[in-house]
Design a binder for this molecule. Structure first.
Ligand code: FAD
Length: 307
């Protein structure tokens, strides 16, 4: 069996594997897509000591760094189930292929994916005006008009954040009212350059072939089709953790995030978790990498106490 088996090959999983391997213990890493969400990212400008890099370049460097250590890397493998053998105490990760990997400890770093609107233009203009991360891409829209889709906490927080950079922020909510916390809504309404549209259903992201130029939406009150000139569209309608395969094995919160403590421990002894798939706030590369390190060190600590 492995000492540490990491599920996920994004910033959290890769860092966890490196930290585990550096302890000289048997380390495995399986991932559907090595690199994770970073592969879908254009420019990255908020990783300390790296003023600018591209997502694909960052992912390649991450993989190279992991492979520099004694890590059994298993790419293109999907975990389908996690359970613990009560007799041996070993954790078993069952792959979609039916194969079973055994390990003394597991680090779950399966990440998350943004919920998309599924309207024409959204995929085409991804990273060309359509974005999912205000912390990452906000500065690109300084002095430009933008739209935020979604009136929950993330949407309203994004609109408040962007109001300090963009000329004009229009927040579109599908329902009759915003569902963000009262205090956020009050702050939002106090800002002079924010407009809130409720009962607004985005129907298309428009562009000139190179970048976003606007947004089309249906006013659900009267069914009329409306247009908005914007250069950026921030989609904030939910982040879905990749944790379906963990149901029943670990405690997940209402959003499906793995519940962890400050050391990355889950509710199952010997199973740790890190990054975007967990309850940790602020889903960012540097945060995921830091949490990956913590989870691996916690796994190591667990091993020296139990064997
Ligand atoms: P992920 O990167 O999501 O990696 C998850 C890993 O788990 C992948 O390898 C995946 O294939 C694997 N996996 C999932 N399910 C399974 C399974 N069942 N079995 C096996 N493997 C599985 N953050 C920044 O800090 N700066 C930025 O500029 C930035 N830009 C972004 C731009 C875009 C378009 C997106 C989508 C995100 C951006 N982010 C940015 C956020 C950042 O990418 C994430 O916070 C970070 O990648 C999270 O790392 P992670 O390792 O937790 O998860």
């Amino acid at each position: 069996p492995f000492d540490v088996l990491v599920v996920g090959g994004g910033p959290a999983g890769a860092t966890a594997a490196m930290y585990a391997a550096r302890k000289g213990i048997r380390t495995g890493l399986l991932a559907e897509r090595l690199g994770g969400q970073v592969l879908d990212t254009a420019g990255i400008e908020n990783f300390p000591s790296v003023p600018h890099t591209e997502g694909t370049q960052f992912a390649a460097a991450l993989e190279q760094h992991v492979r520099g250590y004694e890590v059994d890397v298993m790419p293109r493998q999907r975990a389908a189930k996690l359970h613990t053998d009560v007799e041996t105490g070993l954790h078993e990760v069952e792959l979609e292929t039916g194969a079973v990997l055994r390990s003394r400890t597991v680090v779950v770093a399966a990440g998350a994916r943004w919920r998309t609107m599924d309207v024409p233009g959204e995929q085409e203009y991804r990273n060309k005006g359509v974005t999912f991360c205000p912390h990452c891409d906000g500065p690109l829209f300084k002095g430009k008009p933008v739209a935020v889709i979604g009136g929950g906490n993330s949407g309203v927080e994004a609109a408040i954040d962007l109001a300090g950079l963009a000329t004009q922020v229009t927040l579109l909510e599908f329902g009759e009212q915003l569902i963000a916390d009262e205090v956020l809504q009050r702050k939002l309404h106090s800002l002079p350059n924010v407009t809130v549209l409720t009962q607004a259903q985005t129907t298309e992201v428009a562009g000139d072939g190179r970048k976003v130029t606007g947004l089309k939406y249906r006013d659900r009150r009267d069914g009329s089709e409306q247009e908005l000139a914007v250069e950026g569209v921030f989609v904030q309608i939910g982040l879905l953790p990749n944790t379906d395969w963990l149901t029943g094995a670990l405690e997940l919160n209402g959003r499906g995030e793995v519940v962890i403590d400050a050391a990355g421990a889950t509710t199952a002894a010997g199973v740790f978790a890190a990054g975007d798939c967990t309850t940790v706030p602020y889903k960012q590369i540097v945060a995921a990498a830091g949490d990956g390190a913590k989870a691996a060190l916690s796994a190591f600590d667990h091993l020296i106490r139990t064997s």
